[in-house]
Ligand binder design. Structure first.
Ligand code: URA
Length: 236
């Protein structure tokens, strides 16, 4: 219990809360009150409390057994919504759940996911302080690329997730996510190394961790990208 309390207090201190008061007037909080960023570069983002919609609303609307596209008939076991801090200032977007994710119902939990966790930790963060989602929420059979009708059906939910979270930085992982978000067919080699304005965030494409597993020498470019991400998050 005291461990839980200590973790809670640590979490709030990271959000910029430097004390608690027992004065009853502090128990209600006006909606317009700003939420301070404190010294934590990864969470305590913008005016999320005022947004009408929550991530839970979107998750409930999709449901675990969505039938809006053909992937529900092609062997997926459940939808994989997204995971992490709903107030994250850094959001990663992958392509689609793979087999491990389909089983667990959580994005990036397989080998590529373990590498993503290391990438996140390399800039001093943890998985639960960022947000991780995919362009589409269901596993395509045999891990094939998502098809245009599947993306068209599913991506509005990702856009709504982004609009609720209002991250400062979005990192699309790999060609598919970068091309889908930016609505381009430019290759990832042309997209990475650049920054884009995207739905109020700064979008910094980088290579997919699965690509890094096959091409470890590309880790250097990803590290360059992540240093840029860290600098942006630390800038305010
Ligand atoms: N690859 C992705 O793009 N997303 C996942 O969730 C896992 C692997």
């Amino acid at each position: 219990m005291s461990r839980q309390l200590a973790d809670h207090l640590q979490y709030f201190s990271e959000l910029g809360v430097d004390g608690v008061s027992r004065d009853p007037k502090w128990r209600t909080r006006p909606n317009s009150q700003a939420t301070g960023g404190g010294d934590c570069p990864a969470d305590a983002g913008g005016p999320h409390e005022d947004a009408g919609e929550t991530l839970e609303d979107i998750k409930t609307e999709i449901g675990p057994a969505c039938t809006r596209c053909k992937l529900c008939t092609l062997g997926r076991s459940q939808t994989v919504f997204g995971v992490g801090n709903p107030r994250a200032r850094l959001m990663f977007v992958g392509e689609a759940p793979g087999e491990d994710e389909d089983q667990k119902g959580e994005p990036f939990v397989g080998r590529a996911g373990q590498l993503l966790t290391k990438i996140i930790e390399a800039i001093g963060l943890t998985r639960d302080r960022v947000y991780i989602a995919n362009v589409i929420k269901c596993r395509p059979p045999g891990n094939r690329n998502p098809e245009p009708d599947e993306v068209e059906t599913c991506e509005p939910y990702l856009f709504r997730q982004i609009d609720v979270i209002q991250p400062k930085v979005i990192v699309p992982l790999g060609k598919f996510a970068a091309q889908s978000l930016l609505r381009t067919v430019d290759p990832i080699t042309r997209l990475r190394g650049r920054q884009f304005d995207y739905r109020g965030a700064i979008l910094i494409p980088t290579f997919h961790p699965a690509y890094l597993l096959r091409n470890p020498s590309a880790k250097r470019e990803v590290w360059d990208d992540m240093k840029k991400v860290r600098a942006i998050l630390q800038a305010d």
